[in-house]
Design a protein. Structure first.
Length: 89
């Protein structure tokens, strides 16, 4: 890990399997998002969602296959702080 100068532009990334959908999520709230697509992929579902606050922000989450989620649902999105990756740009 390196350092980033104050005021520098950065991006944040979170791997799909670390995003949590629903009220009982991680410590870092990423707001709410509207589910646009759900794809069953065997042992999990891939969920695509768009931030309600910033439509330019799209989430791809990986949830258990038994999770009840469908297009049109509004869901809280969160993650744990340790799962956030800082990308200096």
């Amino acid at each position: 890990p390196g350092t980033v100068p104050a005021g520098a532009s950065v991006a944040l990334a979170v791997r799909p399997e670390h995003l949590v959908l629903g009220a009982t999520g991680g410590a870092v709230s990423l707001g709410t998002a509207k589910v646009s697509d759900v794809v069953f992929q065997g042992s999990f579902k891939r969920v695509l969602a768009v931030s309600e606050k910033d439509p330019a922000l799209h989430f791809i989450a990986r949830v258990p296959a038994a999770a009840v989620v469908q297009p049109g649902d509004i869901s809280a999105v969160s993650c744990d702080a340790g799962d956030v990756i800082l990308l200096a740009g």
